[in-house]
Design a protein around this ligand. Sequence first.
Ligand SMILES: Nc1ncnc2c1ncn2[C@@H]1O[C@H](COP(=O)(O)OP(=O)(O)O)[C@@H](O)[C@H]1O
Ligand SMILES: [Mg+2]
Length: 295
Amino acid sequence: MLKEVTATRYITPLREGGSLPGLVEADDFGTYVIKFRGAGQGRKTLVAEVVCGELARRLGFRTPRLVTVDLDPDLGLGEPDQQVQELLKSSGGTNLGMDFLSGALGFDPLAFPVSPEEAGRIVWFDALVNNVDRSWRNPNLLMWRGAPWLIDHGAALVFHHRWGTTDPAKAYDFRHHALGHYGPDVRAADAELRPKVTEELLRAITAEVPDAWLADEPGFGTPEEVRRAYVEFLHARVRASEAWLPTDFPSRAELAAENARRAAKTQQGRPDWLKRVPDLHGKPAAEQDWSVHLG
Ligand SMILES: Nc1ncnc2c1ncn2[C@@H]1O[C@H](COP(=O)(O)OP(=O)(O)O)[C@@H](O)[C@H]1O
Ligand SMILES: [Mg+2]
């Protein structure tokens, strides 16, 4: 069971992400990033966060500790933003919390060093859980105390959106992975991590998911049946790693060329004055050519 805390103060929404997580204080004096059960993305996002977050931690990755946060929607009464008010109102009861990494920086895939071993382990993990949300443009990695931390696994486990239709051996689309150009050694990661993802381990992590988020899943009788389905799929997938092991990563130069092509396409059809404005369209700011402003 994840540790249970009760929110005592709603601090502020975190506006960087799409799902509008918030920051809360809890009765254990901790500060947590809270992901709301009532968010548009639905409770499966929270299940994916727990299954992947707990799997990552047990495999030795750095990832914030998870808790469940009991929320009284009245805590948000003072929140002026209508959208946030609605979110709080629809999220009474059990929500997901994670340790707030105070002072963490967003990961810049062009600025921070990552070894091929570490890149390989992270890419391998994302391929296993089919995480489509660790891209170059949206890395969902935080730099904290000098090392990358994994966050935001809500979009992983795509198979649970249509049970029974996804092949566990399905290849993983890694072309835009945030760490693709660090020369990820996925073979070494496979040799190290595959034997660790046992049925027993998978049973332990799915046991951490609160019943409330698994109840009434169409096609299943009990939360326990749903847990078994996660275990079966992930166990079949890890055994099929030869089929999905990503290889043939694009080089830094190839990524830069693709970026340039994209930027050129965006520039087409723009009036001259707008062509001089740096194109921030989803690209890391470090890539921008600010020289246009320097005369
Ligand atoms: N544990 C954390 N510690 C510090 N900041 C965090 C933490 N989790 C999320 N954030 C910040 O909030 C943003 C949104 O969180 P994320 O989990 O990516 O949610 P979303 O699903 O909305 O993308 C992140 O990009 C990061 O800046
Ligand atoms: Mg995110």
